[in-house]
Design a protein around this ligand. Structure first.
Ligand code: PMP
Length: 405
């Protein structure tokens, strides 16, 4: 069996040639971009720049056809039934804001319940809160077990309250847990709920087949999948997208406008008001083509090796308090060093050009439950190397020494 060629993968990313001193372990925040993605952005602005869906001129027609081609690339990648089920947004956060606004007026009535989990990112908490109180909708939360997994027994009990919506992350950005999504979503469907998946972290771990996964909506951001920032996807099954009230009004999303009212366009334009991130959509398509050239299982096994080496090394460093899961982990290690503030450790690592994140990782309610002020997060990508893991472990050991004298 052929193995994943990590060196060949890494070579595609010019950042590592430009900045050879950096060890980049902040991949859960954003990934680096391969040359093909960068080239496609430059090519658009340098050669093809034009607005979409508007012009009769050739440049606009060409930009439109490239933009729609990018939509088809996304459609095929996640196996959506039709291109119209792919709505371009500015990212996962924007997708959730559209969902919370759009469903609150149609699906959710006063007294209804939404069920999320204790692992959620603020993007799957705050947009709901913005509307829930005003509309009398209640948010329930699946708690964690003592070993920081989702409490599946509690989940079953919460489903008995018949939530209208179950909205879950595929992978926790804070603890790395890969959720048993297929089972949880099918239980949610059996309980009569509409299902939403936050795929921001999951998309780079396991590409979803949205026709098999019982997800009515699936959201992700291009920039965590080697694509550009400012572009993301709200996937929805047509019947569910049709029920969303548009969050944004303006050009493109209308069929007819008069001063007395407007008639909306058909999908996906109805949910894409204004000029989209045209270059970004093409960059995302290039990122998808790029990653599709590698075997996802081999990539994940390779990340598993990096993770194992890191976990093994951590055992030799005093005072490490591991918060993330050792198993079913998508490549994110979160920890604290006893008695030390995570930001101090991150600052020492930064001095050695090791990029990690410290804080509550947009999951404040989770860290409150863990009774931790935050944590250090090491998020691995397939371009990371075993030597980098070793260097990082050595730097961490040194930081502990400096801080504890
Ligand atoms: N959900 C999860 C699980 C995330 O990790 C992130 C990004 N940190 C988001 C949502 C929000 O993504 P974006 O900032 O790209 O909108």
């Amino acid at each position: 069996m052929s193995v994943f060629d990590a060196a060949a993968f890494r070579q595609q990313f010019p950042f590592f040639r430009e900045q050879p001193t950096w060890i980049y372990l902040d991949n859960a925040a954003t990934t680096h971009k391969p040359q093909v993605v960068i080239d496609s952005l430059v090519k658009f602005y340098q050669h093809d720049n034009s607005n979409v869906h508007r012009g009769t001129h050739q440049l606009s027609q060409q930009a439109t056809s490239q933009f729609e081609e990018a939509r088809r690339t996304v459609q095929q990648f996640i196996n959506a039934a039709e291109p119209a089920e792919i709505v371009f947004t500015s990212g996962t956060t924007a997708a959730f804001n559209q969902l919370a606004f759009g469903l609150m007026h149609t699906i959710l009535q006063a007294g209804d319940r939404i069920l999320i989990s204790a692992l959620e990112h603020h993007a799957n908490i705050v947009p709901w809160q913005l509307h829930c109180q005003q509309h009398g909708v209640i948010i329930d939360v699946i708690p964690l077990t003592v070993d920081r997994q989702l409490d599946q027994a509690a989940y079953q009990t919460l489903l008995e309250r018949k939530p209208k919506i179950v909205s879950l992350t595929q992978v926790s950005n804070a603890l790395g847990n890969v959720l048993p999504l297929a089972q949880m979503l099918s239980d949610a469907k059996a309980a009569g709920a509409m299902t939403i998946v936050d795929g921001a972290q999951g998309i780079a771990w396991q590409r979803p087949d949205v026709q098999k996964l019982p997800a009515d909506f699936y959201c992700f951001s291009a920039h965590k999948l080697y694509g550009p920032t400012g572009i993301g996807v709200l996937y929805g099954k047509r019947a569910f997208l049709e029920r969303l009230i548009p969050l944004h009004g303006g050009g493109e999303m209308i069929e007819h406008v008069s001063f007395s009212g407007s008639r909306f366009n058909s999908l996906p334009a109805r949910l894409e008001a204004g000029t989209p991130h045209i270059a970004g959509a093409q960059g995302l398509a290039q990122a998808i083509k790029f990653i599709s050239g590698f075997d996802a299982q081999q990539i994940n096994s390779y990340k598993g090796l990096l993770l194992k080496a890191f976990h093994n090394g951590l055992q030799h460093i005093p005072g490490i308090q591991l918060l993330s899961s050792r198993h079913d982990n998508a490549g994110i290690v979160t920890l604290n060093i006893q008695g030390e503030h995570p930001a101090d450790v991150a600052a020492l690592l930064n001095e050695q050009h090791i990029a990690v994140r410290a804080g509550s990782h947009c999951a404040m309610p989770l860290f409150e439950q863990l009774a931790a002020p935050g944590a250090l997060r090491f998020a691995f990508a397939p371009y990371n190397q075993l030597t980098e893991v070793e260097q990082c472990l050595a730097a961490l050991a040194q930081a502990v020494e400096i801080l504890t004298v």
